[in-house]
Design a protein around this ligand. Structure first.
Ligand code: CMC
Length: 436
Protein backbone atom coordinates (compact mmCIF):
# COMPACT_ATOMS: atom_id res chain seq x y z
CA UNK A 1 0.00 0.00 0.00
CA UNK A 2 1.10 3.53 -0.76
CA UNK A 3 -0.31 6.41 1.25
CA UNK A 4 0.23 9.24 -1.27
CA UNK A 5 -0.72 9.38 -4.97
CA UNK A 6 0.58 11.76 -7.65
CA UNK A 7 -1.92 14.51 -6.87
CA UNK A 8 -0.93 14.57 -3.21
CA UNK A 9 -4.23 13.06 -2.13
CA UNK A 10 -4.02 9.93 -0.04
CA UNK A 11 -4.62 6.70 -1.90
CA UNK A 12 -3.74 3.02 -1.79
CA UNK A 13 -2.42 1.12 -4.78
CA UNK A 14 -3.82 -2.30 -5.59
CA UNK A 15 -1.72 -4.30 -8.03
CA UNK A 16 -2.79 -7.41 -9.88
CA UNK A 17 -0.31 -8.73 -12.46
CA UNK A 18 0.46 -5.90 -14.86
CA UNK A 19 -2.48 -3.78 -13.80
CA UNK A 20 -2.81 -1.46 -10.83
CA UNK A 21 -5.53 0.79 -9.42
CA UNK A 22 -5.44 3.77 -7.06
CA UNK A 23 -7.99 3.44 -4.30
CA UNK A 24 -8.85 6.63 -2.36
CA UNK A 25 -8.08 6.72 1.35
CA UNK A 26 -10.56 8.64 3.49
CA UNK A 27 -9.76 9.96 6.94
CA UNK A 28 -12.15 10.40 9.85
CA UNK A 29 -11.94 12.79 12.80
CA UNK A 30 -10.21 10.12 14.89
CA UNK A 31 -9.63 6.44 14.36
CA UNK A 32 -8.27 4.45 11.43
CA UNK A 33 -8.47 5.77 7.87
CA UNK A 34 -10.45 3.70 5.39
CA UNK A 35 -9.59 2.51 1.89
CA UNK A 36 -12.59 3.42 -0.24
CA UNK A 37 -13.37 0.29 -2.27
CA UNK A 38 -16.86 1.34 -3.38
CA UNK A 39 -15.76 1.38 -7.05
CA UNK A 40 -13.52 -1.70 -6.80
CA UNK A 41 -15.91 -4.14 -8.45
CA UNK A 42 -16.61 -1.79 -11.36
CA UNK A 43 -12.87 -1.23 -11.90
CA UNK A 44 -11.45 -4.71 -11.24
CA UNK A 45 -14.36 -7.18 -11.40
CA UNK A 46 -13.40 -8.38 -7.92
CA UNK A 47 -15.13 -8.23 -4.55
CA UNK A 48 -13.42 -7.92 -1.18
CA UNK A 49 -13.87 -10.77 1.28
CA UNK A 50 -14.41 -9.95 4.97
CA UNK A 51 -16.74 -12.33 6.79
CA UNK A 52 -17.86 -10.83 10.10
CA UNK A 53 -16.84 -7.37 8.80
CA UNK A 54 -13.69 -7.31 10.95
CA UNK A 55 -11.94 -4.88 8.59
CA UNK A 56 -14.90 -3.17 6.97
CA UNK A 57 -16.43 0.24 7.71
CA UNK A 58 -20.00 -0.23 6.53
CA UNK A 59 -20.95 3.44 6.70
CA UNK A 60 -19.86 6.94 7.65
CA UNK A 61 -21.18 8.05 11.05
CA UNK A 62 -20.90 11.00 13.44
CA UNK A 63 -22.56 9.37 16.44
CA UNK A 64 -20.30 7.04 18.44
CA UNK A 65 -16.57 6.39 18.50
CA UNK A 66 -14.81 3.42 20.06
CA UNK A 67 -11.08 2.94 20.46
CA UNK A 68 -10.95 -0.71 21.36
CA UNK A 69 -7.20 -0.77 22.06
CA UNK A 70 -7.34 2.14 24.47
CA UNK A 71 -10.75 1.25 25.96
CA UNK A 72 -12.39 4.52 24.91
CA UNK A 73 -16.08 5.08 24.17
CA UNK A 74 -17.38 8.50 23.08
CA UNK A 75 -20.98 9.54 22.30
CA UNK A 76 -20.83 12.54 19.97
CA UNK A 77 -17.32 13.14 21.30
CA UNK A 78 -18.20 12.99 25.01
CA UNK A 79 -16.54 10.23 27.11
CA UNK A 80 -18.98 7.65 28.43
CA UNK A 81 -17.57 8.06 31.96
CA UNK A 82 -18.56 11.74 32.06
CA UNK A 83 -22.02 11.19 30.61
CA UNK A 84 -22.74 8.34 33.04
CA UNK A 85 -21.42 10.27 36.03
CA UNK A 86 -22.96 13.68 35.38
CA UNK A 87 -25.90 13.31 33.02
CA UNK A 88 -29.11 11.33 32.78
CA UNK A 89 -30.38 8.88 30.18
CA UNK A 90 -32.75 11.27 28.41
CA UNK A 91 -29.93 13.79 28.07
CA UNK A 92 -27.87 11.04 26.42
CA UNK A 93 -30.85 10.28 24.15
CA UNK A 94 -31.04 13.94 23.12
CA UNK A 95 -27.28 14.02 22.51
CA UNK A 96 -27.32 10.87 20.37
CA UNK A 97 -30.33 12.02 18.34
CA UNK A 98 -29.44 15.68 17.82
CA UNK A 99 -25.65 15.70 18.10
CA UNK A 100 -25.32 18.28 20.90
CA UNK A 101 -26.04 18.40 24.62
CA UNK A 102 -29.38 20.11 25.25
CA UNK A 103 -29.83 23.49 26.94
CA UNK A 104 -32.08 23.46 30.02
CA UNK A 105 -35.08 24.52 27.90
CA UNK A 106 -34.38 21.92 25.21
CA UNK A 107 -33.98 19.22 27.84
CA UNK A 108 -37.27 20.16 29.55
CA UNK A 109 -39.09 20.08 26.22
CA UNK A 110 -37.54 16.73 25.26
CA UNK A 111 -38.36 15.16 28.64
CA UNK A 112 -41.94 16.44 28.34
CA UNK A 113 -42.28 15.07 24.84
CA UNK A 114 -40.96 11.60 25.76
CA UNK A 115 -43.01 11.50 28.96
CA UNK A 116 -46.19 12.29 27.02
CA UNK A 117 -45.67 9.45 24.55
CA UNK A 118 -45.20 6.62 27.05
CA UNK A 119 -48.71 5.17 26.82
CA UNK A 120 -49.34 2.59 24.14
CA UNK A 121 -52.54 2.10 22.18
CA UNK A 122 -54.77 0.14 24.53
CA UNK A 123 -55.64 -2.43 21.85
CA UNK A 124 -52.01 -3.52 21.98
CA UNK A 125 -52.67 -5.27 25.31
CA UNK A 126 -54.49 -7.93 23.26
CA UNK A 127 -51.21 -8.87 21.64
CA UNK A 128 -49.72 -9.52 25.05
CA UNK A 129 -52.63 -11.67 26.14
CA UNK A 130 -52.17 -13.84 23.07
CA UNK A 131 -48.71 -15.05 24.14
CA UNK A 132 -48.12 -18.30 25.96
CA UNK A 133 -47.77 -17.86 29.71
CA UNK A 134 -44.09 -18.87 29.62
CA UNK A 135 -43.07 -16.86 26.54
CA UNK A 136 -39.57 -15.36 26.74
CA UNK A 137 -39.97 -11.57 27.17
CA UNK A 138 -37.60 -11.02 24.21
CA UNK A 139 -40.02 -12.99 22.01
CA UNK A 140 -42.76 -10.64 23.19
CA UNK A 141 -40.53 -7.62 22.51
CA UNK A 142 -39.67 -8.68 18.95
CA UNK A 143 -43.37 -9.05 18.20
CA UNK A 144 -44.72 -6.04 20.07
CA UNK A 145 -42.13 -3.57 18.76
CA UNK A 146 -42.90 -4.72 15.21
CA UNK A 147 -46.62 -4.42 16.00
CA UNK A 148 -46.20 -0.71 16.76
CA UNK A 149 -46.14 -0.17 12.99
CA UNK A 150 -49.71 -1.47 12.89
CA UNK A 151 -50.82 1.23 15.35
CA UNK A 152 -48.91 4.39 14.46
CA UNK A 153 -49.48 4.83 10.72
CA UNK A 154 -48.98 8.58 11.08
CA UNK A 155 -45.26 8.13 11.73
CA UNK A 156 -44.20 5.49 9.22
CA UNK A 157 -43.52 7.74 6.22
CA UNK A 158 -39.74 7.76 6.34
CA UNK A 159 -39.43 10.53 3.75
CA UNK A 160 -41.09 13.01 6.14
CA UNK A 161 -38.63 14.45 8.74
CA UNK A 162 -41.45 15.25 11.18
CA UNK A 163 -42.77 11.71 11.03
CA UNK A 164 -39.25 10.38 11.50
CA UNK A 165 -38.87 12.48 14.64
CA UNK A 166 -42.27 11.46 16.03
CA UNK A 167 -41.45 7.79 15.42
CA UNK A 168 -38.11 8.29 17.23
CA UNK A 169 -39.73 9.88 20.29
CA UNK A 170 -42.47 7.27 20.30
CA UNK A 171 -40.01 4.45 20.33
CA UNK A 172 -37.82 5.89 23.11
CA UNK A 173 -40.99 6.59 25.11
CA UNK A 174 -42.84 3.32 24.53
CA UNK A 175 -39.99 0.82 24.93
CA UNK A 176 -40.12 0.97 28.77
CA UNK A 177 -43.89 0.49 28.68
CA UNK A 178 -43.60 -2.55 26.38
CA UNK A 179 -40.67 -3.96 28.39
CA UNK A 180 -42.56 -3.59 31.69
CA UNK A 181 -45.65 -5.20 30.12
CA UNK A 182 -43.55 -8.13 28.89
CA UNK A 183 -42.29 -8.55 32.46
CA UNK A 184 -45.70 -8.18 34.10
CA UNK A 185 -47.19 -10.71 31.71
CA UNK A 186 -44.45 -13.22 32.51
CA UNK A 187 -45.13 -13.00 36.27
CA UNK A 188 -48.92 -12.91 35.94
CA UNK A 189 -49.39 -9.43 37.39
CA UNK A 190 -51.63 -6.67 36.00
CA UNK A 191 -50.05 -4.11 33.70
CA UNK A 192 -49.17 -0.81 35.39
CA UNK A 193 -49.77 2.36 33.37
CA UNK A 194 -47.01 4.97 33.00
CA UNK A 195 -46.98 7.80 35.56
CA UNK A 196 -46.07 11.21 34.16
CA UNK A 197 -44.93 12.55 37.55
CA UNK A 198 -41.97 10.16 37.51
CA UNK A 199 -38.74 10.51 35.57
CA UNK A 200 -38.04 8.06 32.72
CA UNK A 201 -36.22 5.38 34.71
CA UNK A 202 -38.27 5.68 37.92
CA UNK A 203 -41.39 5.35 35.79
CA UNK A 204 -40.00 2.14 34.29
CA UNK A 205 -39.19 0.68 37.72
CA UNK A 206 -42.69 1.62 38.88
CA UNK A 207 -44.30 -0.06 35.85
CA UNK A 208 -42.24 -3.20 36.59
CA UNK A 209 -42.54 -3.49 40.34
CA UNK A 210 -45.68 -1.62 41.50
CA UNK A 211 -48.82 -3.68 42.15
CA UNK A 212 -52.31 -2.22 42.60
CA UNK A 213 -52.68 -3.56 46.15
CA UNK A 214 -49.83 -1.70 47.81
CA UNK A 215 -47.72 1.42 47.66
CA UNK A 216 -44.43 1.12 45.76
CA UNK A 217 -41.74 3.72 46.34
CA UNK A 218 -38.97 3.87 43.77
CA UNK A 219 -35.51 3.92 45.38
CA UNK A 220 -33.60 6.94 44.01
CA UNK A 221 -30.34 4.96 44.28
CA UNK A 222 -31.70 2.07 42.22
CA UNK A 223 -33.31 4.42 39.72
CA UNK A 224 -30.02 6.30 39.30
CA UNK A 225 -28.11 3.01 38.93
CA UNK A 226 -30.50 1.75 36.26
CA UNK A 227 -30.39 5.11 34.50
CA UNK A 228 -26.59 4.75 34.36
CA UNK A 229 -26.95 1.23 32.95
CA UNK A 230 -29.20 2.67 30.24
CA UNK A 231 -26.59 5.34 29.42
CA UNK A 232 -23.86 2.69 29.15
CA UNK A 233 -25.95 0.64 26.71
CA UNK A 234 -27.37 3.53 24.66
CA UNK A 235 -25.15 3.13 21.59
CA UNK A 236 -22.10 1.21 20.46
CA UNK A 237 -21.48 2.20 16.84
CA UNK A 238 -21.88 -0.46 14.12
CA UNK A 239 -22.46 -3.57 16.28
CA UNK A 240 -24.53 -6.51 15.01
CA UNK A 241 -27.97 -5.22 16.01
CA UNK A 242 -27.26 -1.65 14.84
CA UNK A 243 -26.00 -2.94 11.51
CA UNK A 244 -29.17 -5.04 11.32
CA UNK A 245 -31.30 -1.93 11.90
CA UNK A 246 -29.37 -0.02 9.25
CA UNK A 247 -29.64 -2.87 6.75
CA UNK A 248 -33.37 -3.28 7.38
CA UNK A 249 -33.83 0.50 7.12
CA UNK A 250 -31.83 0.72 3.89
CA UNK A 251 -34.69 -0.95 2.04
CA UNK A 252 -37.07 1.78 3.20
CA UNK A 253 -38.79 -0.37 5.84
CA UNK A 254 -40.66 1.60 8.51
CA UNK A 255 -38.74 2.47 11.71
CA UNK A 256 -40.79 0.23 14.02
CA UNK A 257 -40.09 -2.79 11.81
CA UNK A 258 -36.38 -1.87 11.69
CA UNK A 259 -36.09 -1.63 15.47
CA UNK A 260 -37.91 -4.98 15.79
CA UNK A 261 -35.16 -6.44 13.58
CA UNK A 262 -32.57 -4.93 15.92
CA UNK A 263 -34.29 -6.46 18.95
CA UNK A 264 -34.22 -9.88 17.24
CA UNK A 265 -30.49 -9.61 16.55
CA UNK A 266 -29.71 -8.38 20.05
CA UNK A 267 -31.33 -11.49 21.52
CA UNK A 268 -28.38 -13.74 20.54
CA UNK A 269 -26.00 -14.91 23.31
CA UNK A 270 -22.94 -13.51 21.52
CA UNK A 271 -24.54 -10.03 21.66
CA UNK A 272 -27.21 -8.77 24.09
CA UNK A 273 -27.99 -12.22 25.44
CA UNK A 274 -24.53 -12.38 27.04
CA UNK A 275 -25.55 -10.84 30.38
CA UNK A 276 -28.19 -13.54 30.83
CA UNK A 277 -25.62 -16.16 29.80
CA UNK A 278 -22.96 -14.65 32.11
CA UNK A 279 -25.25 -14.88 35.13
CA UNK A 280 -26.25 -18.44 34.26
CA UNK A 281 -22.55 -19.30 34.01
CA UNK A 282 -21.77 -17.74 37.40
CA UNK A 283 -24.62 -19.76 38.92
CA UNK A 284 -23.38 -22.91 37.24
CA UNK A 285 -19.86 -22.36 38.58
CA UNK A 286 -21.52 -21.81 41.96
CA UNK A 287 -18.47 -21.50 44.19
CA UNK A 288 -14.98 -20.05 44.04
CA UNK A 289 -13.26 -23.45 44.30
CA UNK A 290 -14.81 -24.57 40.99
CA UNK A 291 -13.40 -21.64 39.00
CA UNK A 292 -10.17 -23.39 37.86
CA UNK A 293 -12.25 -26.15 36.27
CA UNK A 294 -14.16 -23.57 34.19
CA UNK A 295 -11.03 -21.60 33.30
CA UNK A 296 -9.53 -24.86 32.00
CA UNK A 297 -12.67 -25.54 29.96
CA UNK A 298 -12.58 -22.01 28.47
CA UNK A 299 -9.01 -22.63 27.31
CA UNK A 300 -9.70 -26.10 25.92
CA UNK A 301 -9.96 -25.89 22.11
CA UNK A 302 -12.11 -29.04 22.05
CA UNK A 303 -14.64 -27.62 24.50
CA UNK A 304 -17.13 -25.09 23.08
CA UNK A 305 -17.46 -23.44 26.52
CA UNK A 306 -16.51 -19.75 26.69
CA UNK A 307 -16.36 -17.48 29.70
CA UNK A 308 -19.48 -15.42 29.13
CA UNK A 309 -18.97 -11.73 29.85
CA UNK A 310 -15.37 -11.94 28.64
CA UNK A 311 -13.96 -10.77 25.34
CA UNK A 312 -15.22 -8.29 22.80
CA UNK A 313 -14.94 -7.91 19.05
CA UNK A 314 -13.71 -4.33 19.39
CA UNK A 315 -12.35 -3.87 22.94
CA UNK A 316 -8.94 -5.42 23.26
CA UNK A 317 -8.56 -3.57 26.55
CA UNK A 318 -10.84 -3.23 29.61
CA UNK A 319 -14.32 -2.28 28.35
CA UNK A 320 -14.81 1.28 29.79
CA UNK A 321 -18.46 0.44 30.43
CA UNK A 322 -17.45 -2.60 32.50
CA UNK A 323 -15.48 -0.37 34.91
CA UNK A 324 -18.51 1.87 35.53
CA UNK A 325 -20.74 -1.19 35.72
CA UNK A 326 -18.55 -2.80 38.37
CA UNK A 327 -18.84 0.34 40.57
CA UNK A 328 -22.60 0.56 39.99
CA UNK A 329 -22.95 -3.10 40.90
CA UNK A 330 -21.34 -2.51 44.31
CA UNK A 331 -23.52 0.60 44.89
CA UNK A 332 -26.68 -1.38 44.19
CA UNK A 333 -25.67 -4.30 46.41
CA UNK A 334 -24.84 -1.87 49.25
CA UNK A 335 -28.18 -0.05 48.85
CA UNK A 336 -30.02 -3.35 48.99
CA UNK A 337 -27.97 -4.55 51.95
CA UNK A 338 -26.64 -7.57 50.04
CA UNK A 339 -23.29 -8.30 51.66
CA UNK A 340 -22.58 -11.89 50.76
CA UNK A 341 -23.74 -12.65 47.27
CA UNK A 342 -22.13 -15.95 46.21
CA UNK A 343 -22.44 -14.96 42.55
CA UNK A 344 -20.54 -11.76 43.20
CA UNK A 345 -17.83 -13.70 45.04
CA UNK A 346 -17.48 -16.01 42.03
CA UNK A 347 -17.48 -13.00 39.65
CA UNK A 348 -14.77 -11.10 41.55
CA UNK A 349 -12.53 -14.15 41.81
CA UNK A 350 -13.14 -15.19 38.21
CA UNK A 351 -12.21 -11.73 37.02
CA UNK A 352 -9.07 -11.73 39.20
CA UNK A 353 -7.91 -15.12 37.95
CA UNK A 354 -8.71 -14.42 34.29
CA UNK A 355 -6.90 -11.07 34.32
CA UNK A 356 -3.74 -12.85 35.49
CA UNK A 357 -4.03 -15.89 33.24
CA UNK A 358 -1.67 -16.10 30.25
CA UNK A 359 -4.44 -17.32 27.88
CA UNK A 360 -6.70 -14.34 28.59
CA UNK A 361 -3.82 -11.84 28.63
CA UNK A 362 -2.45 -13.06 25.31
CA UNK A 363 -5.88 -13.02 23.62
CA UNK A 364 -6.73 -9.67 25.23
CA UNK A 365 -9.89 -11.03 26.81
CA UNK A 366 -11.14 -8.58 29.43
CA UNK A 367 -14.49 -8.49 31.23
CA UNK A 368 -17.11 -6.75 29.13
CA UNK A 369 -20.17 -4.79 30.27
CA UNK A 370 -22.25 -7.95 30.59
CA UNK A 371 -20.04 -9.43 33.25
CA UNK A 372 -21.35 -7.20 36.06
CA UNK A 373 -24.68 -6.01 34.63
CA UNK A 374 -26.35 -9.39 35.23
CA UNK A 375 -25.52 -9.41 38.95
CA UNK A 376 -26.74 -5.82 39.29
CA UNK A 377 -30.03 -6.40 37.49
CA UNK A 378 -30.68 -9.59 39.41
CA UNK A 379 -30.15 -7.75 42.70
CA UNK A 380 -32.67 -5.12 41.54
CA UNK A 381 -35.26 -7.86 41.20
CA UNK A 382 -35.22 -8.51 37.45
CA UNK A 383 -35.33 -12.16 36.33
CA UNK A 384 -32.53 -13.19 33.95
CA UNK A 385 -34.95 -13.38 31.02
CA UNK A 386 -35.45 -9.61 31.35
CA UNK A 387 -31.77 -8.67 31.06
CA UNK A 388 -31.67 -8.52 27.28
CA UNK A 389 -34.99 -6.67 27.29
CA UNK A 390 -33.39 -3.91 29.38
CA UNK A 391 -30.48 -3.79 26.94
CA UNK A 392 -32.96 -3.43 24.06
CA UNK A 393 -34.78 -0.63 25.88
CA UNK A 394 -31.56 1.32 26.31
CA UNK A 395 -30.16 0.56 22.84
CA UNK A 396 -33.34 1.76 21.12
CA UNK A 397 -32.06 5.34 21.05
CA UNK A 398 -28.80 4.21 19.44
CA UNK A 399 -30.66 2.19 16.83
CA UNK A 400 -33.02 5.06 16.10
CA UNK A 401 -30.19 7.63 15.95
CA UNK A 402 -28.21 5.46 13.54
CA UNK A 403 -31.31 4.74 11.45
CA UNK A 404 -32.10 8.48 11.22
CA UNK A 405 -28.51 9.27 10.28
CA UNK A 406 -28.65 6.69 7.51
CA UNK A 407 -32.00 7.89 6.11
CA UNK A 408 -30.73 11.50 6.14
CA UNK A 409 -27.46 10.60 4.38
CA UNK A 410 -27.80 11.61 0.69
CA UNK A 411 -25.40 8.82 -0.37
CA UNK A 412 -27.60 6.16 1.25
CA UNK A 413 -28.40 3.11 -0.90
CA UNK A 414 -29.91 -0.25 -0.14
CA UNK A 415 -27.39 -2.44 1.69
CA UNK A 416 -26.53 -5.39 -0.49
CA UNK A 417 -23.39 -7.38 0.39
CA UNK A 418 -21.95 -9.77 -2.19
CA UNK A 419 -20.39 -13.20 -1.67
CA UNK A 420 -17.67 -15.63 -2.59
CA UNK A 421 -19.70 -18.42 -4.15
CA UNK A 422 -18.33 -21.90 -3.41
CA UNK A 423 -21.39 -24.01 -4.29
CA UNK A 424 -21.98 -26.27 -7.29
CA UNK A 425 -21.18 -24.98 -10.77
CA UNK A 426 -24.01 -24.79 -13.33
CA UNK A 427 -25.57 -28.24 -13.85
CA UNK A 428 -28.70 -29.59 -15.51
CA UNK A 429 -31.84 -30.68 -13.73
CA UNK A 430 -32.14 -34.49 -13.38
CA UNK A 431 -35.66 -35.98 -13.47
CA UNK A 432 -36.46 -37.86 -10.25
CA UNK A 433 -36.66 -41.22 -12.07
CA UNK A 434 -33.01 -40.88 -13.17
CA UNK A 435 -31.54 -39.84 -9.79
CA UNK A 436 -29.40 -42.33 -7.95
N1 CMC B 1 -13.76 -17.32 26.62
C1 CMC B 1 -12.73 -18.07 26.17
N2 CMC B 1 -12.09 -17.85 25.01
C2 CMC B 1 -12.52 -16.81 24.26
C3 CMC B 1 -13.58 -15.98 24.67
C4 CMC B 1 -14.20 -16.28 25.90
N3 CMC B 1 -15.21 -15.52 26.35
N4 CMC B 1 -13.81 -15.04 23.73
C5 CMC B 1 -12.92 -15.26 22.75
N5 CMC B 1 -12.13 -16.32 23.08
C6 CMC B 1 -11.02 -16.84 22.29
C7 CMC B 1 -11.52 -17.60 21.07
O1 CMC B 1 -11.67 -18.98 21.32
C8 CMC B 1 -10.44 -17.32 20.05
O2 CMC B 1 -9.36 -18.18 20.32
P1 CMC B 1 -8.44 -18.71 19.09
O3 CMC B 1 -7.78 -17.48 18.52
O4 CMC B 1 -7.48 -19.63 19.76
O5 CMC B 1 -9.37 -19.36 18.13
C9 CMC B 1 -9.99 -15.88 20.38
O6 CMC B 1 -10.30 -15.70 21.78
C10 CMC B 1 -10.68 -14.81 19.57
O7 CMC B 1 -12.09 -15.01 19.66
P2 CMC B 1 -13.13 -14.73 18.49
O8 CMC B 1 -14.39 -15.49 18.74
O9 CMC B 1 -12.46 -14.91 17.17
O10 CMC B 1 -13.38 -13.17 18.70
P3 CMC B 1 -14.63 -12.37 18.19
O11 CMC B 1 -14.20 -10.96 18.11
O12 CMC B 1 -15.21 -12.99 16.97
O13 CMC B 1 -15.71 -12.58 19.36
C11 CMC B 1 -17.11 -12.29 21.23
C12 CMC B 1 -16.07 -11.65 20.30
C13 CMC B 1 -17.68 -11.21 22.16
C14 CMC B 1 -18.26 -12.89 20.42
C15 CMC B 1 -16.40 -13.40 22.06
O14 CMC B 1 -15.35 -12.84 22.82
C16 CMC B 1 -17.37 -14.16 22.97
O15 CMC B 1 -18.02 -15.09 22.51
N6 CMC B 1 -17.48 -13.74 24.28
C17 CMC B 1 -18.43 -14.33 25.18
C18 CMC B 1 -19.80 -13.73 24.92
C19 CMC B 1 -19.92 -12.32 25.42
O16 CMC B 1 -19.56 -12.01 26.55
N7 CMC B 1 -20.50 -11.44 24.58
C20 CMC B 1 -20.79 -10.06 24.95
C21 CMC B 1 -20.12 -9.07 24.09
S1 CMC B 1 -20.24 -7.43 24.77
C22 CMC B 1 -21.89 -7.01 24.61
C23 CMC B 1 -22.28 -6.58 23.25
O17 CMC B 1 -21.62 -5.72 22.66
O18 CMC B 1 -23.30 -7.10 22.77
Amino acid sequence: MDATNNTGAKSAKLSLGEQSWDLPIRGGTIGPDVVDISKLYGQTGMFTYDPGFTSTASCESKITYIDGDEGVLLYRGYPIEQLAEDGDFLETCYLLLYGELPTAAQKAEFDHSVTHHTMIHDQMTRFFNGFRRDAHPMAIMVASVGALSAFYHDSTDISDPTQRLIASIRMIAKMPTLAAMAYKYSVGQPFVYPKNSLDYTSNFLNMCFAVPCEEYKVSPTLSRALDKIFILHADHEQNASTSTVRLAGSSGANPFACIAAGVACLWGPAHGGANEAALKMLAEIGSVDRIPEYIARAKDKNDPFRLMGFGHRVYKNYDPRAKIMQKTCHEVLTELGIKDDPLLDVAVELERIALHDEYFIEKKLYPNIDFYSGITLKAMGFPTTMFTVLFALARTVGWIGQWKEMIEDPSQRIGRPRQLYTGADRRDYIPMSQRK
